[in-house]
Design a protein around this ligand. Structure first.
Ligand SMILES: [Zn+2]
Length: 94
């Protein structure tokens, strides 16, 4: 995905904010498992920003919607692919 410098800067800031929030939760012992998972996801997002693959869907290779990244900066799949996974998880095939 090609972001403008401003968009990328905003997304990096969101990642840092989320990272601080979950680090604090982890330090305070709140939802530690979830917080630890989120921190790993955010670290991975930082790596993707550094290597230029941030914002690309892991499943289909298309761009992840900017709105979605703003809501979930650590997202690795576009909305369509994530919904497919959520549907399968909610209604597992035999
Ligand atoms: Zn996708």
């Amino acid at each position: 995905m090609t972001f403008t410098a401003d968009q990328l800067h905003d997304l990096e800031r969101l990642i840092e904010e989320e990272h601080r929030r979950f680090s604090r939760a982890l330090a305070e012992g709140v939802g530690t498992e979830h917080a630890a998972r989120q921190l790993r996801a955010l670290d991975a997002a930082r790596v993707r920003i550094a290597d230029g693959t941030f914002g690309r869907c892991r499943a289909c290779g298309r761009d992840i919607e900017l709105d979605r990244l703003i809501a979930h900066p650590a997202a690795v799949r576009c909305l369509a692919c994530q919904e497919g996974i959520d549907r399968r998880a909610a209604d597992p095939e035999p």
